[in-house]
Write a protein that binds this ligand. Structure first.
Ligand code: IPM
Ligand code: MG
Length: 365
């Protein structure tokens, strides 16, 4: 198949991990006979430096016209003056809004070979397989902001329609998993959370085959540590999802491992690792590319409907996490390029092995 992919390396380690992930997508195209074209555009601090804007109009237009968008990370100390008029993060938020990608999928799995890196004792990590669905284009991130001489406000606003569409996505995703949804809010205090809880409960009636449970966000922060194995799909609003998914990432052993997919109603999606620009290690060639490479698997699956290719990338990453080489954040000494090359080699082997399967099946049939 043919696909147009926009890449947005952004800032800090974003450029390094995006470059590594693109080589994996190119390899997938070669192995499976696809034609992927890559169009690199500016976002974040790099875009501010070049044009004064964190999301230039040309970038948004290219992303809207693409089949999928792969993003590295945005932000860094150079642009984080609290008095700055424009911030790199505004580019990312405007992109999420501009693409209408309201559902942010953040899968959390703990690789058995990395269990010892987790702050939790191994027994607690058994069966951890959670899919966070974070609402991505509403709430305090997008509400009105005011700043007075000695006060500031961030409006948190949700409409029923915004809650309903992300809740439906969560229930549908749960149907393909273990049929359990945990909805997280702060309904004992916040009005938006009471609307959230009421709306999710109403939508649940359309999915009688999926169990629904509600948790308050403070309690959920604790439950993620005490019984992470009891969750399937967790759906929550934008800010709570931002916070809970960093906590969840720590369970996996490193923030560098986790991918994400941001989806709207169409097929176009935005794919990015959940880690940030990591200015402390930027430019050193040591960033873990796994979160971004796994994001390409989500891209292949959700935007291009290439399930076998997605599974092949995941199998290749699995192999590397099991056998190494490993980057520093997960206890090894390998650089970005070494991990990338190991994934490429494992991918080749996987493809060859499965070609054999297919040929064998044909010979038998
Ligand atoms: C994330 C990040 C972003 C967010 C920042 C960079 C704006 O933390 O994707 O989780 O808060 O959404
Ligand atoms: Mg975050």
């Amino acid at each position: 198949m043919k696909a147009r992919i926009v890449t947005l390396p952004g800032d800090g380690v974003g450029t390094e991990v995006t470059a590594a992930a693109v080589t994996v997508l190119r390899a997938v195209a070669t192995h499976y006979g696809h034609e992927f074209t890559f169009d690199e555009q500016l976002i974040g601090g790099a875009a501010i430096d070049a044009s004064g804007e964190p999301l230039p109009a040309a970038t948004l237009a290219a992303c809207q016209a693409a089949d999928a968008v792969l993003l590295g990370a945005v932000g860094g100390p150079k642009w984080s003056d609290p008095n700055a008029k424009v911030r790199p993060e505004q580019g990312l938020l405007a992109l999420r809004a501009g693409l209408g990608v309201y559902a942010n999928l953040r899968p959390l799995a703990v690789h058995p070979a990395l269990a010892e890196l987790s702050p939790l004792k191994n027994g607690k990590l058994k069966d951890v397989d959670v899919l966070f669905v974070r609402e991505l284009t509403g709430g305090a991130y997008f509400g009105a902001k005011t700043r007075g001489a000695d006060y500031a406000t961030d409006e948190c606003r949700y409409t029923e329609a915004e809650i309903e569409r992300v809740a439906r996505r969560a229930f549908e995703l749960a149907r393909a998993r273990r049929r359990h949804v945990t909805s997280v809010d702060k309904a004992n205090v916040l009005e938006t959370s009471r609307l959230w809880r009421g709306t999710v409960t109403r939508i649940a009636a359309d999915y009688p085959d999926v169990a629904l449970e509600h948790q308050l966000v403070d309690s959920m922060a604790m439950l993620l540590l005490t019984r992470p194995g009891s969750y399937d799909v967790v759906v929550t609003e934008n800010l709570f999802g931002d916070i809970l998914t960093d906590e969840a990432a720590a369970l996996a052993g490193s923030l560098g491992l986790l991918p994400s997919a941001s989806l709207g109603d169409g097929r176009n999606g935005l794919y990015e690792p959940i880690h940030g620009s990591a200015p402390d290690i930027a430019g050193k060639g040591v960033a873990n590319p796994v979160g971004t490479i796994l994001s390409t698997a989500l891209l292949l699956r959700h935007s291009l409907q290439l399930e076998a290719e997605a599974a092949a990338v995941e199998a290749a990453v699995d192999h590397v996490l099991q056998h190494g080489p490993r980057s520093r954040d997960i206890g090894g000494g390998a650089g970005t390029a070494e991990v990338r090359d190991a994934v490429l080699a494992a991918l080749s082997e996987h493809v060859t092995a499965h070609r054999g399967d297919a040929a064998g099946a044909r010979a038998c049939g």
